[in-house]
Ligand binder design. Structure first.
Ligand code: ZN
Length: 131
């Protein structure tokens, strides 16, 4: 198991962590198996999506903000970050990627994103590779 540290710089942003996860896969020595990537937080999530066009993640962040606005009179949670909790649940807190020949098997346009919704913060990501 590998613990990664990811520093986010924006209130809401997607950070490509694929290279860090690949490093953990390489260090594990596993050539064929499954890599589980887990985020132990309640206001950030993890997802796999396109990195070729940065407008894609900008559009996802904007769509989530339209669906779950930061300020809404019906929120009850007194920390004031209910939207971040909802968005984190929408994204989910883990992804699994197949490993072949020691490499993450992602589609051509896919990368692994840590999805920050209440930053900037320092986030942990736990990676387990099973061969
Ligand atoms: Zn909260």
């Amino acid at each position: 198991m590998t613990d990664l540290t990811v520093r986010t710089g924006q209130h809401a942003e997607f950070v490509d962590i694929t290279a860090q996860v690949q490093r953990a896969v390489t260090e594990s020595g596993v050539k064929q198996g499954v890599c589980c990537v887990f985020v132990p937080h309640t206001t950030c999530g993890i997802t796999i999506n396109e990195n070729a066009d940065p407008d894609v993640t900008a559009d996802i962040i904007a769509a989530l903000e339209r669906a779950v606005p930061w300020v809404a009179p019906q929120y009850r949670h007194n920390e004031g970050n209910s939207a971040a909790h909802v968005k984190a649940s929408l994204m989910g807190n883990s992804v699994q990627v197949l490993v072949r020949d020691g490499q993450l098997r992602l589609g051509t346009w896919q990368v692994i994103y840590l999805c920050e919704f209440d930053g900037p913060r320092t986030r942990k990501v736990w990676v387990l590779v099973n061969g």
